[in-house]
Write a protein of this length. Sequence first.
Length: 233
Amino acid sequence: MCKLNSGYIKFLIFITFISGVLAGCLNTEESLKIKGKVLDEKTKIGIPRKNIIVQGLLLSNNKFVPVETGQFSTDSAGCFTYTLRKVKDYKNYRFCFVGDTDNLFTTREMTIFDLEQNAEALSFSLRKLTDLTINLKRISRTPVSDTLSLSWESDGVYFWFLYPYKIYNYGRKNYSYGPTWIGGGVNSTINTKVFADKMTKISWELYRFGRRKKFTDTITCRRDFTNIINFTY
């Protein structure tokens, strides 16, 4: 798993501090009562107790700077009612759906005009995550050492930006450029999550005898199920 470096952490802290300062100085014009639902994209069933952060998008130096204006949660049926603070000069608002084991962190942007037009019937859909296990096993005895690299993407989202993965590894490993195994005796399991009912592509790249060969496989992972794929080389 990748780790945040100290410089990036300091940058996030700085942005959070600035957002907090700006949030305390918001020039609120009036409020807008909004109602709606947060639904599973496929089943259309409401997602309960989903936390949502609202950000106003301030145009500054030709860039939109997000400033938190509030937060709320859905009820047990996935419905919400919220009083949105309309801030002067903020023409766009971003709804941030906090990630968890069922849904990836997701954002949706709306103009204030669209919010006013649909204030009583807003609807947001989220893709559900499901479990995926990838098993690797090296059975070849020659050469003594080779290199295997692994990557995957689900519904077009590359694994770096998906759910954090865990590797249970037996053998040498090198994660500098993603999950990579160098040497022999590889017997590994990777546990992660991908989007349910969406196509996931898994790619293996094997470097052996001075040549590089790529293998790919696709799987549509079932929801609420441990999906397993094996690669033996």
